[in-house]
Ligand binder design. Structure first.
Ligand code: PSU
Ligand code: MN
Length: 312
């Protein structure tokens, strides 16, 4: 856990339940909030946010959803704050570079993988669950569009459980960047890098683990060898039975990329636009897959956090 003086100095507010768990060395799982505000459609998003927290609890850890509310960076949200993040029209997508501006303006912001990882690590949270990681966008050679998720994880001590990255990205380039940035990638029960809506992105991984205890052992070894300053990605595939139909997936992906180009969508709007496009074009099938994989990741993250806490 980070020393307390640091938390006071940086003015991050811990929910009492989270603070108690961290102080006692009990398992805590950080959760991002951009997925709630920008990744899932209203009004389902609030219910799903609660379900994700419930899943973490069921698996024996304390959920710490992270967001900026009334200009305050919060680790763990009460129900009012969760509701505001899910339903306020004022909520902005906040990456690491935006945290201070939103705080200084007393704004409300939903944190991405990057900013959630940053704030979680400051508070001493070791494990984080999300849906999919940001990465290198297609045609990044021209657009230079690479998510700050990657560069932030290259210098943030946290373990992120995700279902890989979406096929809206350049998956091969993203894997190359993860390697360059010293971000470890472990396939959870698989040798294939998952493709978010699909169990297999078609890319192989070097390392496979088959239990939360194995991940906790890697986390401890990283600390002992001082490679824990970099992020560790646990890539947990959606069960094949729950994945999106491959033909439907490929068709909607092509249409979405065309539409993106036609409308000239760029910057931080790219990911939310494509997510919404998928949800609309698959008539809810992609949403169902999205919910399944997020709950799955929340459960695995809680079990990893529990093993890690028990191994200290
Ligand atoms: N991928 C998803 N769902 C999401 C996101 C990514 O499948 O909601 C969100 C996450 O918050 C991630 C962010 O950190 O998008 C990446 O955005 P950008 O590419 O603008 O960095
Ligand atoms: Mn981007």
């Amino acid at each position: 856990m980070a020393p307390l003086y640091r938390i006071e100095r940086i003015d991050v507010q811990l929910h009492p339940e989270v603070a108690d768990a961290l102080a006692a060395g009990r398992p805590v799982v950080a959760l991002e909030s951009t997925i709630i505000s920008h990744g899932l459609p209203r009004p389902d998003n609030l219910r799903i946010a609660r379900e994700i927290e419930h899943e973490v609890r069921q698996a024996g850890a304390v959920p710490a959803t992270i967001a900026i509310v009334d200009g305050q960076a919060r680790i763990g949200l009460d129900d009012d704050a969760l509701r505001a993040v899910a339903s306020s029209d004022e909520v902005v997508k906040v990456s690491v570079r935006d945290i201070a501006t939103v705080a200084a303006r007393n704004g409300i912001g939903a944190t991405t993988v990057a900013s959630t990882a940053h704030l979680a690590a400051l508070a001493g949270v070791k494990v984080f669950a999300t849906g999919g990681l940001g990465g290198v966008h297609r045609e990044a050679r021209d657009s230079w569009d690479e998510s700050a998720d990657l560069t932030t994880l290259s210098r943030t001590p946290i373990t992120v459980v995700c279902a890989g990255v979406k096929s809206i990205l350049d998956v091969a380039a993203t894997l190359e960047r993860l390697e360059t940035l010293n971000i470890g990638v472990l396939g959870f029960g698989t040798n294939a890098f998952p493709g978010f809506y699909l169990a297999d992105s078609g890319h192989r991984l070097d390392w496979r683990v088959d239990s939360p205890a194995e991940v906790a052992a890697v986390m401890r070894a990283r600390e002992q060898l001082s490679t824990d300053g970099y992020g560790l990605v646990v890539a947990n595939p959606i069960p094949e039975a729950d994945q999106l139909d491959v033909t439907l997936h490929d068709r909607v992906l092509q249409a979405g990329l065309t539409e993106l180009d036609r409308r000239g969508v760029s910057g931080k709007n790219v990911t939310p636009f494509l997510l919404e496009f998928f949800h609309a074009q698959t008539h809810g099938a992609s949403l169902a897959a999205n919910v399944t994989l997020v709950l799955n990741n929340a459960r695995v993250a809680a079990r990893i956090a529990a093993e890690y806490a028990a191994s200290s």
